[in-house]
Design a protein around this ligand. Structure first.
Ligand code: ZN
Length: 680
């Protein structure tokens, strides 16, 4: 029992975990797990919460806790040995959970609990867990007769192959394209660092001059900055026709789209849904495709006048630049010039006012003020000297003692062998079993620049927003008061509601009252200038109208394609997106634009009939925040309500119920429009 991954009594022993521990720990946990599952599945007694569901909860909790330490270390202190151990065991784990999800003996037991006399006596979290299990087994095809089950399985496999083929085609067609330029007079306006990289890239190919590609760090700056209109058009055309009939026919996604749509439709109908969108929404907060369409239509009717205003302003500015017939390949270029003209400020200048100590203290102060807790540094083994450990405490009922509510690890800086990006992950999930409380623990990981030259690390405003965002996910996990594992914290929260607490926290980064106290010039100690802040706010809403209708165009296309479109009919997906553009777009791409052919979010990623959730979550978080605006943005009273009705509830009840309990009504789009400068 010296394997630290099999230690479940306290915090993870990060100072002891070695790659060699991974396989033995997982082998033991999974073989024990299979024995437990078999015993539960063959038990002849009537299943009960305590003797059946709780046992599976315990099992999942143990495996997940051990695996979260492995996954976390693989992400933040990667090594070849650890990566091998991770990949090898990930495959075992995937097999284990896929067998579990297919085990119809378990499904029968869950259903028996659901229909039995005990169910009404379970608490609401436990009922939700049983309901979720029954739902997920059904969606996995558990109720289908044998022949349909075989077809269902074949469809799932085919869908996953087609999705990866779609993504490969986008990648290959992106990789395949190169444009070499030798005449430097064609390249004016493009930033120095981009040119330097282009020169290096050409040299790497043994060529003269500069190499441009369709990868974002090369493509985007050309579209934004290149004064040469033909160059912009050439690259735009290549980009906008990726994976279509206009390029290498080998990588054309047109027929894959039709096949995907047909199979998704068939899959949904096997499960008794009218269309794929209904199947997708079965696990989401939005109730029906019609509700999503109506949400998007309402938003577009309010945002479109602002989008048209944005376009007129852009066209007027294009005229000034001598472009009298603005085209799709001019939009980013003219926008960038207009933005510089109207709101120029330097990120580098802003950064000087956001040293790490001030920012962290400011973040903790917000959390302490609105939730009445205390955040302080504590001690625990970590994986790296730059990773620190904190505690969130609150005063107990008598006021005499501090009780620990939650704990978290904070690992802020980028370094070698650490995965990029920022995220929150669960280390330990809150639960109470037999009166024994397990306190939740979170990992908060960022990739910010490290401190240099004895000065504190300095953060851009975007990085500060990222930190607040991830901390919001962290609060969702850490401030839960649910006692039952599978719906505690972020577990079991609907997919389109999960960004509510994170985007909610971002709002504080746009409050003068908050920023004023979390900023100070790192060298001079000067106050953060109010005019600089005002410029940042104005810049944030630059072209908000145009961007909003563009997101709605994609969202409507996605939801209609999966609910009101016949993939075997005469109308093509391109016809559909043109119809939607007739209604919502203010800037029309050229007829040869083949956006659907590289819309990986919905054809290869997890966003099929779910793209709307970006806007949906923004509406929820803005509207939740507006209750703070009405009562004082740092209101402790509203903070308690947010904690009790949203954070504390986790996945134990539908997100809509939590939202209404907090806000006193269903979500409204007004706050988001106001925050984006679209309400006058
Ligand atoms: Zn997020």
């Amino acid at each position: 029992m010296s394997n630290p991954l099999l230690h479940f009594a306290g915090l993870p022993k990060f100072n002891e975990i070695k790659p060699d521990h991974v396989s033995p720990a997982l082998d033991l946990l999974l073989s024990d797990g299979r024995k437990i599952i078999d015993a539960l599945a063959t038990n002849r007694n009537d299943p009960s919460w305590h003797d059946f569901a709780l046992k599976l909860e315990d099992l999942d909790e143990k495996i997940s806790r051990a695996w979260s330490q492995v996954g976390h270390m693989n992400a933040v202190v990667n090594s070849p040995e650890l990566r091998d151990a991770y990949n090898e065991n990930l495959a075992k784990l995937t097999d284990f959970y896929s067998d579990l999800a297919q085990d119809e003996r378990l499904y029968a037991k869950y259903r028996a609990i659901k229909n039995g006399t005990e169910f009404s006596k379970l608490n609401s979290a436990q009922q939700k867990i049983i309901d979720n299990e029954v739902r997920d087994f059904k969606l996995g095809g558990a109720e289908l007769p044998a022949d349909k089950k075989a077809r269902f399985k074949a469809i799932s496999e085919e869908l996953s192959k087609l999705a990866s083929k779609f993504e490969e085609n986008v990648l290959d067609t992106t990789n395949e394209y190169t444009l070499y330029q030798t005449d430097e007079s064609n390249l004016t306006g493009i930033p120095e660092d981009v040119l330097l990289a282009a020169k290096e890239a050409a040299k790497g190919d043994g060529k003269q001059g500069y190499k441009f590609t369709l990868h974002f760090p090369s493509y985007l700056p050309v579209l934004q900055y290149a004064n040469n209109r033909d160059l912009r058009e050439t690259l735009y055309r290549a980009y906008a026709t990726r994976a279509s009939e206009f390029g290498n026919i080998k990588f054309d996604n047109t027929s894959i789209i039709t096949q995907l749509l047909k199979l998704r439709d068939e899959e949904a109908k096997l499960l008794d849904f009218n269309n794929f969108a209904e199947l997708s929404l079965a696990t989401k907060m939005a109730e029906s495709p019609a509700q999503v369409v109506e949400f998007l239509q309402t938003l577009v009717s309010r945002a479109k006048p602002y989008a048209e205003q944005d376009r007129r302003e852009l066209e007027a500015y294009a005229n000034k630049l001598g472009i009298n017939d603005m085209q799709a390949w001019d939009v980013a270029y003219v926008s960038e010039k207009l933005r510089e003209d109207k709101y120029a400020f330097s990120d580098l200048e802003v950064k000087q006012y956001f040293p790490e100590d001030k920012v962290l203290a400011g973040l903790f102060k917000v959390v302490e003020t609105i939730f009445g807790v205390f955040v302080k540094k504590s001690n625990a083994p970590t994986w790296h000297k730059d990773a620190h450990f904190y505690e969130i405490t609150r005063q107990d009922g008598t006021g005499a003692n501090q009780t620990v509510v939650a704990q978290f690890y904070l690992d802020l800086y980028a370094r070698n062998n650490k995965r990029g990006g920022a995220w929150m992950d669960e280390a330990i999930t809150r639960r109470i079993v037999d009166n024994k409380l397990t306190t939740p623990v979170a990992y908060l990981t960022c990739n910010f620049s490290t401190p240099v030259g004895g000065k504190p690390a300095l953060f851009t405003h975007d990085e500060v927003i990222t930190m607040f965002h991830e901390f919001g996910h962290g609060l969702h996990h850490m401030l839960t008061e649910v006692d039952d594992y599978s719906v505690s914290g972020i577990k079991g929260v609907e997919w389109d509601a999960v960004e509510l607490p994170s985007q909610f926290m971002e709002n504080f980064c746009w409050e003068w009252e908050v920023l004023r106290h979390m900023t100070q010039h790192v060298a001079t100690g000067a106050q953060f200038p109010r005019e600089l802040f005002d410029k940042m706010v104005a810049a944030k809403n630059f072209q908000a109208g145009m961007q909003t209708v563009r997101q709605i165009e994609f969202s409507l296309f996605d939801i209609m394609l999966h609910s009101a479109f016949d993939p075997s009919g005469a109308k093509t997906p391109l016809d559909l997106i043109e119809e939607i553009r007739d209604q919502v777009a203010v800037v029309r791409p050229p007829k040869w634009n083949r956006f659907p052919n590289n819309f990986s979010h919905i054809f290869a990623g997890g966003y099929a009939a779910g793209y709307y959730s970006y806007k949906w979550a923004e509406v929820l978080s803005a509207d939740a925040y507006s209750l703070f605006e009405e009562n004082g943005v740092l209101s402790a009273e509203v903070g308690q309500k947010f904690w009790q009705e949203i954070l504390a509830q986790g996945g134990s009840r539908p997100a809509m119920a939590s939202f209404i309990a907090f806000r006193g009504r269903e979500p409204s789009i007004d706050a988001l429009l106001r925050h984006n400068g679209m309400s006058h």
